[in-house]
Design a protein around this ligand. Structure first.
Ligand code: WT7
Length: 646
């Protein structure tokens, strides 16, 4: 049904936007028919030190496999985000920082200050022995210093690896180990919704297993934290004597910029590696066109810098465009459910970009929280991270945007660096729930998952991308073979997204969600294998199977089936223990919503767990379990059905 609801481009948008429908069609055609010419021009939005002569030299074929853009060009992304804006906008605002508690002073940081802070910290990193190519682990809350740390790394050519400050010491430890970084940047504590997060204590716990040379600690809440002699130093002491000038390192376009760990369907989280030139072009360009960004507009992406959305659309994209980017430390429901909209009013935010899970949670609290704020400054809304259901879309449009603001539902991934399928507000008629049309240079296709055959017209299947784009990830850090196997082996010659997708008669794309063993909880991506492996590390657990289940607010919840070791009594206490165990092992976002004891799991005769059936039981969709003829023991299913908790 929702497919037939169409919100046409508002007239003012069609007239005034950077990209209207005609320009979109023209530019898109050129981007796929003459990609080299197209990208040669678009890449001029970045200041190159040495201009590139080569454009796209990527190949998805196994024999000749590589992803490479603008390879012989050189640049520095920190200089693109800072120095080049100084002649005209040194005194203009770069970052507005709104703290967790509205009564704490905010911070307004100009481009000139951000430049000085970045240079000082870059010099401090150098003084602490960090060199080009070194990996720097960042475990910081949403404070301006997080952006400073990223830009300082980019300035000296160090590779940052940000670990979301909600992750556990175990998760942090694994990520430090994987990229062999010997320096960690953290804070005494983080602050979210009035609650303190013991960041330094978590770092100390992580470092018991993986010692590093240096920890630089930011004084944030002022908590008294123990400092390890010879290893830990204070951020402010380190920058005190440093010069506010630091020459940006000349980086090759394909030199690494950052690593960001993300979950896959198997194994440990992968270190997604992005490089400098293509990523710079992609984030700056998508930020400008998708959000129709114009100078001096206040732009707010509510994502944490621990996720790729924070990397691309809180820091790099907006700053490369000289934008005013708002950084929010807090949460949508603290001190109350009006918080987002109060911040919008406080700074006259024009563009607001958030995840559906936050919107659904706010929607549930009623319209009053929204309606008592003004929100007249808003002109554009964005959605990211998971499918937005039409009901939440309509609420966002009608209640938050007063029916006035287009919504850009942006589909993309950690791997893609930036937006891939998204409406452009002046060009695309909107269908609630559809990410709509490909961005310039993006060539999506839908294949039959069984045969691999490319489907035409209106159809549904697996979403692939048939050619490279500048923002694409370049490798899995330390495991190039895994990069190829994960994304390019399934449908030879194409990038496999892991998502299912439908295309309608108008050519609109509707992402239907992951078709691999990845679940999306509140827009956070998790591998079921990761949670299973945390569970089986518990000495009372023999086997575990984890699946996603539908969840009103989170999109998907986590449903865990656990077989305990022989002789163990499956008590309520143990059930709670196991839930807390996962929470501690991975982090609060991985906390199972349901944990069911399963004396045995449904398996095929060859011993493969039939997840399809587990998903059905979890969804309480038990009327039709599908083909169960290959089950080794059909009674197992009966038992699970009869003992569903709740
Ligand atoms: C997965 C990627 C996008 C950056 C933040 C998440 C899902 C993302 C949408 C959307 C439907 C979406 C996909 C994708 N997803 N955006 N607009 N509509 N699904 O990045 O953690 O790498 O997760 O998020 O399933 O594969 P990520």
């Amino acid at each position: 049904m929702s497919e037939h609801v169409v919100h046409p481009v508002p007239e003012e948008w069609a007239k005034n936007a950077l990209i209207d429908a005609e320009t979109y069609a023209e530019k898109y055609r050129r981007s796929v028919e003459d990609p080299d010419g197209f990208w040669r021009e678009e890449a001029q939005r970045i200041d190159w030190i040495k201009p590139f002569t080569k454009v796209n030299e990527s190949s998805f074929d196994e024999d000749d496999f590589r992803v490479r853009w603008f390879e012989d060009g050189t640049l520095n992304l920190s200089a693109n985000c800072l120095d080049r804006h100084l002649p005209e906008k040194a005194q203009d605002v770069a970052i507005i920082w709104e703290p967790d508690d509205p009564n704490t002073p905010n911070r307004i940081i100009t481009y000139s200050q951000l430049h000085a802070d970045t240079c000082r910290f870059a010099n401090a990193l150098k003084a602490n022995g960090v060199k080009k190519g070194d990996r720097v682990t960042i475990y910081l809350p949403m404070v301006p210093e997080a952006a400073v740390a990223m830009l300082a790394c980019a300035r000296i050519g160090a590779v940052h690896s940000i670990v979301f400050a909600g992750f556990s010491p175990e998760a942090l430890c694994g990520r430090i180990q994987d990229c062999q970084s010997d320096i960690v940047l953290t804070a005494d504590e983080g602050l979210r919704g009035g609650k303190k997060v013991p960041l330094k204590a978590n770092v100390d716990a992580a470092l018991e297993k993986v010692p590093v040379r240096r920890v630089i600690v930011l004084h944030h809440t002022g908590a008294d934290v123990p400092m390890v002699e010879g290893r830990d130093v204070w951020w402010y002491d380190e920058i005190e004597e440093q010069n506010a000038q630091c020459e940006p390192e000349e980086m090759g376009a394909e030199d690494p910029l950052f690593i960001l760990y993300t979950s896959g369907s198997t194994g440990k989280p992968k270190g997604v590696l992005h490089t400098t030139g293509g990523y710079a072009v992609w984030t700056a360009m998508t930020h400008e066109y998708t959000f129709d960004y114009r100078p001096n507009q206040v732009y707010w992406c509510a994502a944490d810098i621990g996720w790729v959305t924070g990397h691309s659309y809180v820091v790099y994209g907006p700053l490369a465009n000289g934008a005013i980017t708002l950084m929010f430390e807090g949460v949508p429901n603290y001190p109350d459910f009006s918080r987002f909209w109060q911040v919008v009013d406080k700074y006259q935010v024009e563009i607001f970009y958030a995840a559906p899970t936050a919107l659904r949670a706010l929607m549930r609290e009623g319209d009053e929280w929204v309606k008592k704020t003004c929100r007249k400054s808003l002109r554009l809304l964005g959605s990211v991270g998971e499918p937005i259901n039409p009901e939440a879309w309509e609420w966002y449009h009608k209640v938050v945007g007063d029916g006035r603001c287009p919504i850009v539902d942006t589909w993309w991934q950690t791997e893609t660096g930036g937006h891939m399928i998204t409406p452009l507000p002046g060009a695309t008629d909107l269908k609630p729930g559809s990410a709509s049309m490909p961005f310039f240079g993006v060539q999506p296709a839908i294949v039959d998952p069984a045969s691999g055959e490319v489907l035409e017209g209106a159809c549904e299947g697996a979403l692939i991308i048939t050619d490279s784009w500048p923002g694409q990830m370049r490798t899995v850090y330390g495991d190039h073979e895994r990069f190829f196997q994960t994304y390019f082996s399934q449908y030879p010659g194409s990038y496999f997204t892991g998502d299912g997708c439908r295309r309608d008669e108008d050519g609109y794309y509707w992402i239907t969600g992951r078709i691999d063993d990845v679940i999306n909880v509140s827009g956070h991506r998790m591998g079921t294998a990761e949670i299973e492996s945390a569970l089986v590390e518990h000495d009372k657990v023999a086997e575990a199977a984890v699946v996603g289940m539908p969840h009103d607010i989170k999109g998907q919840g986590i449903y865990a089936y656990v077989t305990t070791t022989a002789g163990t009594e499956d008590t309520e206490e143990l059930r709670q223990d196991l839930i807390q165990w996962v929470r501690r092992e991975i982090g609060p976002i991985a906390t199972p919503d349901v944990l069911q004891f399963a004396p045995s799991l449904p398996k095929t005769r060859s011993g493969k767990i039939m997840r399809r059936i587990l998903r059905k039981i979890a969804a309480n969709d038990t009327g039709n379990l599908g083909d169960t003829s290959t089950l080794a023991d059909p009674d197992v299913v009966e038992h699970l059905l009869a003992n569903r908790p709740g």
